[in-house]
Design a protein around this ligand. Structure first.
Ligand code: AOF
Ligand code: ZN
Length: 364
């Protein structure tokens, strides 16, 4: 098999994997493709909630034809007994002749044993095909397993001069409808949407994914030290339909805690650091709950806090052709920099028009 052929099928598997991002947590979104005599005979993506695994889906589709086929998997097949037997064993049992994998699974229950099971059964295994692309697609799961933190995308919709609202707080709408649709698609590829209490209070947001056929709605999270946001809000009124989690500090009144609990929200008490919610501790608590990919939609204080603490992985910036001026609200609150040399400098990874706006993506 040529390298081009392997890469072609692996990139198909990676597209299938990417579809699962946002709906598989705490499991990784994996893609699997079964190919026989140049023909695709089975495709699979990890299913909502993380099971069945991608390989199972592809094997079920291929049926008896899987015998002698090549399996392309974006992550090493699992080796542990969960609700079913390991995928590595299922591939052996199906008579697959060759397995091409992108990356190894750092889950300690797997960590090389998946590939070992295949090799011991006489299956030819090639590892590392399109590994860089697979690291991207699997970034949330990998960061959670290796560092106990979720992958964080920070989204901003700002004017050319970096303002996200007028002085009076008007922010609807700075960006165009195309960008707002793009934001819904981005929400869908994350496990949770996160905002600070200022944004929650100012916008009374709903934070759901609309009109996209989402398989699983992202969890809606507010960092609200004093629980100032009201259970009468849109989030509060819908907390039984789509999960709402509130990260609060020790001073949040027991009355507010009770009211939110009654509304159906989950409360997560967090430690403070310099009088504010300790964001590193908060994100670790979210990873402990299983979240792998978090989409932060502001506001400026939370954005600055996350960047200062080194917690942002990617910045998705929608720039609108508009100016508000110095009296407007800045996209980032204080970063406490003394020297330019200390300025965070994410690097540009892509840019494209989004209707009349510009979407640029930056990596920290
Ligand atoms: C695969 N294919 O599609 C996925 C895998 O909770 P369980 O039993 O479902 O196991 C979760 C672990 O399985 C997860 O930590 C990761 O190691 C692996 N995920 N493996 O072969 C898949 N999603
Ligand atoms: Zn598996």
């Amino acid at each position: 098999m040529t390298r081009e052929t392997d890469e072609h099928h692996m990139s198909h598997a990676l597209r299938l994997a990417a579809r699962g991002n946002g709906s598989c947590w705490p499991n990784p979104a994996v893609g699997a493709v079964l190919v026989k005599e140049g023909r695709v005979i089975g495709r699979g993506t990890t299913q909502p909630g993380g099971r069945p695994h991608a390989e199972r889906m592809a094997l079920a589709q291929a049926g008896d034809q899987a015998r002698g086929a090549t399996a392309y998997v974006t992550l090493e097949p699992c080796a542990h007994h969960g609700r079913t037997s390991p995928c590595a064993e299922a591939l052996v049992a199906a008579g697959v002749a060759r397995v091409v994998g992108a990356i190894t699974d750092p889950d300690p229950r797997v960590a090389g044993r998946g590939y070992a099971i295949l090799r011991e059964a006489g299956i030819a295994v090639s590892e590392g095909v399109l590994a860089a692309e697979a690291l991207e697609v699997t970034a949330g799961f990998l960061k959670r397993v290796s560092r106990g933190l979720p992958f964080v995308t920070l989204k901003l919709g700002a004017t050319l001069d970096g303002r996200i609202a007028t002085a009076s707080g008007e922010s609807r709408w700075i960006t165009a409808p195309d960008s707002r649709r793009a934001v819904h698609a981005m929400r869908m590829s994350h496990d949770a949407v996160l905002v600070g209490s200022g944004t929650a209070l100012a916008d009374d947001p709903d934070l759901t994914v609309r009109d996209m056929g989402a398989l699983r709605q992202p969890v809606r999270i507010v960092i609200d030290r004093l629980l100032r946001h009201s259970p009468q809000s849109r989030l509060g009124q819908t907390a039984r339909e789509v999960p709402v989690w509130l990260l609060h500090g020790p001073e949040a009144s027991t009355g507010a805690q009770e009211a939110w609990r009654e509304a159906g929200a989950m409360l997560i008490p967090c430690p403070l650091r310099n009088g504010q919610i300790d964001l590193t501790a908060a994100l670790k608590l979210l990873a402990d709950q299983g979240l792998t990919r978090i989409f932060c939609e502001g506001g400026g204080t939370l954005a600055a806090g996350l960047v200062s603490a080194g917690l942002v992985d990617e910045l998705a910036l929608f720039s609108a052709g508009a100016l508000i001026g110095a009296e407007g609200r800045a996209a980032f609150g204080a970063l406490g920099l003394e020297h330019l040399a200390d300025a965070p400098r994410p690097r540009l990874i892509s840019q494209r028009p989004s209707g009349p706006d510009l979407l640029s993506r930056w990596r920290f």
